[in-house]
Structure formats: C-alpha cells, structure tokens
Design a binder for this molecule. Structure first.
Ligand SMILES: NC(=O)c1ccc[n+]([C@@H]2O[C@H](COP(=O)([O-])OP(=O)(O)OC[C@H]3O[C@@H](n4cnc5c(N)ncnc54)[C@H](OP(=O)(O)O)[C@@H]3O)[C@@H](O)[C@H]2O)c1
Length: 246
C-alpha cells in the first residue's frame, strides 16, 4: 500500500509521513523544496524500512502535476490514497493582492487539489481509494487578512462536501478535517485565544480514519462549537459585534 502526501516537507504533512511510515506504508512525498524532503526520506527509510519517493513540485502549476504525478507510474502504481496537508499563504494577502499571487494561493490550496482528485476519480475508479483534505477555521468567516487563502479553504470544504454525494456511487473513501491552529510553523509566534492542536495527535486520528467512507470533522474539537455558532448567527450581527469590540 502506498500513499501520496502533498505538502509533506513540514508541519502536519511531515508528521503524517512519520505516522504512515511507522505503520509500514510506502509513501510518495511531495513539496516544492526537495532539500526538505530528502532528510525525511532517509530517516523514514532507515527507521521503518519503507519505500519512499520524493517529488519536487510546485503544486500551483497544473503542468507540473501532469508531468510529475499523473505521468509517472512510479507514483501511480499501487497507490491507495492521497492526503493534502498542503497550505500556501502569501505575505500580504489583503484586498489589493496582485493576481499572480491570488492565482498561486487559489491553485495551491484549491484548484490543483480539485484537479488531481478529478483525475484520480477516473484512474482509480475500480479500487478503494482514500482522499483526505484539510481545511482551516480561517475559511469559516470573511476576514481582513489571508483573504484569498481563507476563500480557497472555504471552496475546498465545499468541494469535499460535494465529493460526499459523488462517492456514494464509488469506492472512494473521503475525509475532511477543518483545522484550528496547530503547533506548526504556520501559527508560530501568533498570539491565540484558544490552545493549539497537536500535529502528532491529528496525524494519528487521520491514520485511524483513513478507511471511513465519509468523515468531516473539526480538530481541535472546540472549533466545532465556534463553527456551529458562526453558522446560526446572522453575518450582520457578527460583523457589528466585531466592530463593537474593536
Ligand atoms: N498550522 C496551522 O495553524 C493551521 C491552521 C488551520 C489549517 N491549517 C492547514 O493545515 C494543513 C497543514 O498546515 P501546516 O501548518 O502543517 O503547514 P506548513 O508547515 O506550512 O506546511 C505546508 C506544506 O505545504 C507545502 N507547500 C506549500 N506551497 C506549496 C506548493 N505551491 N507546492 C507544493 N507544496 C507546497 C510546503 O512545502 P514547500 O514550502 O517546500 O513547498 C509544506 O510541505 C494546511 O492545509 C493548512 O492550511 C493549518
């Protein structure tokens, strides 16, 4: 059994690689910088005796996905699933962000994931195949920073919900986690009101659930309460409240 992890060089992706390798799963690890993937590959191969292939890829570029994933049998043979712990943010992702960066954010966090899944739906329609996506609580509400990142994450969540309807007719096993802040680089140094989630813990949860037909949940769990409140309270009220406390 082999799994592809897109965004495997740090944070959650790196931890997922360790969790899956410990359970003797062979892996294909993808990220832009191969210098970060190579030490992970050496460590996992020597510790757990699994086969690891690395791909240096800019996932926001569809041609690279065609060439480095979809045209490589070394990646596709015996593939049992794909996980997308990729997260790409631009520095000043506000209302006046340039279109090149908007394109990169929307493609890396949404369009390319959608594209690869649609190809995998055709390629692996005759076998069980796991697909795991990771959203963000930043996608729950409009905001004044990381605007396009949040929009892409919201689109991704909607896309995974649509997969739930589609996979009733197929052998696809689809899971989606809406993540709150984790103890990784993305949230390093940020002042937060709620405790951060632990990547080791969520990696183990993801591994345990990888054969579920459809699962959608928050991690850490307390974000489900925030998510529920944001769904039932009218947006205007939330907006006025935020303006009032600021
Ligand atoms: N950390 C948090 O607090 C938090 C909160 C909510 C949601 N999330 C979500 O949880 C997931 C994991 O987050 P994390 O903190 O582990 O992120 P991270 O440490 O920043 O890791 C992101 C991974 O994505 C890869 N990546 C980024 N842009 C890429 C591109 N264009 N092409 C290929 N690979 C790319 C990075 O490698 P390269 O840079 O080498 O490409 C890295 O391996 C993400 O989906 C994130 O959006 C995180």
């Amino acid at each position: 059994m082999k799994y592809l992890i897109v965004g495997a060089s740090s944070g959650l992706g790196r931890e997922l690689a360790y969790t899956f390798a410990e359970k003797k799963k062979n892996l294909v690890l993808a990220a832009r910088d191969d210098r970060d993937l190579q030490p992970i590959k050496s460590d996992l191969s020597s510790k757990f005796g699994v086969e690891i292939k690395t791909i240096s890829i800019d996932f926001s570029v569809i041609e690279e996905i065609n060439e480095k994933i979809l045209s490589d049998n070394e990646v596709l043979n015996n593939l049992s699933g794909v996980l997308f712990p990729i997260g790409f943010m631009a520095e000043k992702d506000d209302l006046i962000l340039d279109t090149t960066n908007i394109h990169k954010i929307i493609f890396a966090n949404y369009v390319s994931i959608n594209y690869l899944i649609s190809k995998f739906f055709q390629l692996f329609k005759n076998q069980e195949f796991t697909i795991v996506g990771f959203g963000s609580v930043s996608g729950l509400l409009g905001r004044n920073l990381n605007i396009n990142y949040a929009a892409a994450k919201r689109a991704l969540e909607s896309f995974f919900e649509s997969l739930a309807f589609e996979n009733k007719k197929t052998n696809f096993l689809v899971q989606f986690y809406t993540l709150g802040y984790l103890d990784t680089n993305l949230s390093f140094g940020k002042k937060l009101h709620l405790p951060k989630g632990n990547v080791k813990k969520i990696s183990k949860i993801v591994y345990r659930n990888k054969n579920k037909r459809f699962l959608k949940r928050f991690y850490p769990f307390y974000w489900s309460i925030v998510g529920l409140l944001l769904k039932v309270i009218p947006f205007n009220l939330i907006l006025n409240f935020i303006k009032f406390v600021k």
